[in-house]
Design a protein around this ligand. Sequence first.
Ligand SMILES: Cc1ncc(C[n+]2csc(CCOP(=O)(O)OP(=O)(O)O)c2C)c(N)n1
Ligand SMILES: [Mg+2]
Length: 325
Amino acid sequence: MNISLETLRGMFEAMLKSRLVEEKLIEMLARGEMLGLVHSTIGQEAIPIGATWHLRDGDYWNAARGHIQSNIVRGMDLKRMFAEFLGKKPGPCGGKGGKVHLCDPSIGNLGFRGCQGAFIPLCCGVAYAQKSKKTGGITMCFFGDGASNQGVFYEGLNLASLHKLPVVFMCANNQYSVSTKFSEHTPVENIADRAASHAMPGVIVDGNDVEAVYQAVGEAVARARSGEGPTLIEGKTYRIRGHYEGDPMSYRSLDEVEEWKKKDPLDRFTRRCLELNVVSREEIERLRDVFQREVDEAVLFAKEAPYPSPDDLLKDVFMEEPAAY
Ligand SMILES: Cc1ncc(C[n+]2csc(CCOP(=O)(O)OP(=O)(O)O)c2C)c(N)n1
Ligand SMILES: [Mg+2]
């Protein structure tokens, strides 16, 4: 599959913008300007960007660690995004979702579940609805290496394969589940190998190479859209930052982190885009300024926006309208 220069440029811009969003969030958390937790995706952006790039209206995806990138790719306005991060009313969840529980079905974002792995069967349910209603849509199911050891992973893969559901299982293997190293929680070398027992393709991809992710997911999405069923993709990557911002990270060596920093997907993709003349150094500087301004304006908007009112407290607790999918 050839990747057009336009796609490369788009993915580059999304990656750069998401990096600036994350850096701003980390800064705001450190200054006490926001509450809650920040689980950074810095260093893992290639997976959500390369995968979400294939989605279109009518497709769905769940928020996992890479939801900032996916929201940006699917066109979420940064003002709404930061409003939600700060618990303010103009956010997609009216300020009641916050950083972790931001969801927005209008762009396909089904949200996040605190119970790791819980989204796997839920995504299968959405894909089941898409198939039975013949919507032509697909569902991208994002999860991590730790979540792949939950029982629902196996149930989900079994169901999806049996019914040839239009779902792509996108696992970001970032080598850690909180403080537990991959080899200490999983006895197999590759999560993708587990696809074989569910009669579906299992694909391993360099998760720090956005082009490779784009290619692998493209094939899986084509398979899902044509009714051939699911694919399990494992992107090998690394969580450069802590599980959450403030994590003391005493469970791993700094050398290990430094080694992976050399494979930073943004640095790598920047070099590649310069090589291919997708972007020039001057344009990168200009884009950086434009995006930084957009981020700063979004923060200002969010800070000045109102909090939800006490009247909003019991709204959105029970579903009042039929689901959109
Ligand atoms: C069922 C369940 N067990 C434990 C937890 C606590 N927990 C929160 S995040 C997390 C690690 C998830 O690791 P992984 O799936 O690899 O995703 P990552 O955070 O690395 O992106 C754990 C164990 C949880 N949320 N749900
Ligand atoms: Mg992990």
